[in-house]
Design a binder for this molecule. Structure first.
Ligand code: ATP
Length: 269
C-alpha cells in the first residue's frame, strides 16, 4: 500500500514556482532518499508532506487519507503519523533530554501538553521515554539540558523523540547536514537501523551522494520543481544522480533562500 502519495502538487512562494507538479508515491517500509540541487524544493516538499507548508494545488495522501479534504482535527491526527528528524534538531534547548523525548507523545495524549510534562506524565510514558533514550544510547544523559549535548547527541535525542511518537512514517530532512562526518555517519546508521527494525517508511534528504548511496532502497531526484529521477538502487548509477547537481546554487544564494527552521512544536506534530 502507498503510505505517502503526492499527486500533481504545485507550490509557489510569490513569483517563485517551487513545486511544479510533483507526483510520487512511497510504499510501506521503503527507505527513500530524496536528492536534488540546493533550492530545488526538497524541504518545501517535505514540509508539505508533513502538513507544515500548505500546497497551492494537487493533493497529498497520508495512509490513504487526503490532506486537502481533511478537517483541521484530522490534519492534526495525520501529522502525528509523520515523525520528523530535521537538520536543526528542533529540541527545546533549556529543557532536559528526558522532557524533550516525552514531548514525542504529544500527538497521542488526550490532555495535550500537560500530560507530556515530566511531573505529570504517566509511568508508562516515562518508561517508554527511557526505553527510547536507551535505544539511542543516551539514557545516561536523560537529566541534562538538551543544549548541553553535542550536535550528534542532540540529533540522537531527536531520533528518540521520534521513536516516542511511534509514527509509521519518518521524514528526515538533511539529518546529518549540521554534523561532523563521524557523528553524521553514526546518526545516519542509527536512523536507518531504528527505522528498518520497526518497518517504518522513511523519506530522507541528503546532500552527500556517497552517503545516500549507502542507504537508499530507492532514489527520487528533483530538478526544477519536478521529479527527474525515480529509481530503485539497482536501476541507478552515481553518474545519473550527479546529473541532478549541474545547476547547483552557490552557498551565498542558498543562505539567502533558506526555508524557515522548524520549531520544536512543529517537530512533534
Ligand atoms: N517560507 C518560504 N518563503 C519564501 N520562499 C521560500 C520559503 N521556503 C522555501 N522557499 C523558496 O523555495 C525554494 C526551494 O527551497 P527549499 O528549501 O525547498 O529547497 P531545497 O531543495 O530543500 O534546498 P536545500 O538543499 O538548499 O535545503 C527556494 O527558492 C526558497 O527560497
Amino acid at each position: 500500500m502507498s503510505v505517502i502519495s503526492v499527486r500533481d502538487v504545485h507550490k509557489r512562494f510569490a513569483e517563485n514556482h517551487v513545486l511544479k507538479g510533483i507526483n510520487l508515491s512511497v510504499q510501506q517500509g521503503e527507505g527513500v532518499i530524496l536528492l536534488g540541487a540546493n533550492g530545488c524544493g526538497k524541504s518545501t516538499l517535505m514540509r508539505s508532506i508533513c502538513g507544515l507548508t500548505p500546497i497551492d494545488s494537487g493533493d497529498i495522501h497520508i495512509q490513504g487519507q487526503s490532506m486537502i479534504k481533511a478537517k483541521r482535527h484530522e490534519v492534526r491526527a495525520m501529522r502525528s503519523q509523520v515523525g520528523v528528524v530535521f537538520q536543526r534538531f528542533n529540541l527545546v534547548g533549556n529543557l532536559s533530554v528526558f522532557q524533550n523525548v516525552l514531548y514525542g507523545a504529544l500527538g497521542k495524549e488526550r490532555f495535550g501538553l500537560l500530560s507530556c510534562m515530566a511531573p505529570f506524565a504517566s509511568q508508562a510514558n516515562r518508561d517508554k521515554a527511557m526505553a527510547c533514550l536507551e535505544r539511542v544510547k543516551l539514557a545516561h544523559k536523560a537529566g541534562e539540558k538538551a543544549d548541553q549535548l553535542s550536535g550528534g547527541q542532540q540529533q540522537r535525542v531527536a531520533i528518540a523523540r521520534m521513536l516516542m511518537q511511534e509514527p509509521p512514517i519518518v521524514l528526515a530532512d538533511e539529518p546529518i547536514a549540521s554534523l561532523d562526518p563521524k557523528s553524521g555517519r553514526e546518526v545516519m546508521e542509527l536512523l536507518w537501523e531504528v527505522t528498518k527494525e520497526r518497518g517504518l517508511t522513511v523519506v530522507c534528504t541528503l546532500h552527500h551522494l556517497d552517503v545516500a548511496l549507502q542507504y537508499g532502497d530507492r532514489f527520487i531526484g528533483m530538478m526544477d520543481g519536478k521529479v527527474q529521477i525515480d529509481a530503485n538502487r539497482e536501476q541507478i548509477s552515481k553518474e545519473q544522480l550527479e546529473s541532478l547537481y549541474i545547476h547547483e546554487k552557490t552557498d551565498e544564494q542558498q543562505q539567502e533562500e533558506a526555508a524557515p527552521a522548524l520549531t520544536p512544536a512543529e517537530a512533534v506534530g
